[in-house]
Design a protein around this ligand. Sequence first.
Ligand code: SF4
Ligand code: SF4
Length: 122
Amino acid sequence: MKMEMEILYAEKIGGGNYEKSTKIVHINRRKSIRNKCLDCSDYSAKEVTNCKFTDCQIYDFRSGKGTQDPKARSKAIRMYCLKECMIDQSYEVKLCPSVDCPLYPFRHTKIDKTHLLQKMAA
Ligand code: SF4
Ligand code: SF4
């Protein structure tokens, strides 16, 4: 099933540059990590490529490319939410109010479709 959500999205503006927008997009783990990294790096693809934070939980997946490995990406997202964002408070991750965060639907081991379903009902 295709999952569409309104997220903070890195819109391509040419020359390898991006700008911040909010858009309804088909989301998957690969795209969600790439968008999170672009958001973290002021929408500079170069900054993402040259990221120095090798211990960041989603570092290995920041390019948005590479082999399909949903399990590893899920784990990386979960750990990012816990370690980099919510200081090990799993309850806070659960209650995260940032529904437009690109990582939001994948912050649990199970995909959170709440926001998606609300969109479909609207
Ligand atoms: S790997 Fe982590 S620190 Fe580096 S750009 Fe992505 S989110 Fe930011
Ligand atoms: S989904 Fe929520 S907890 Fe995870 S990184 Fe985004 S804002 Fe933080």
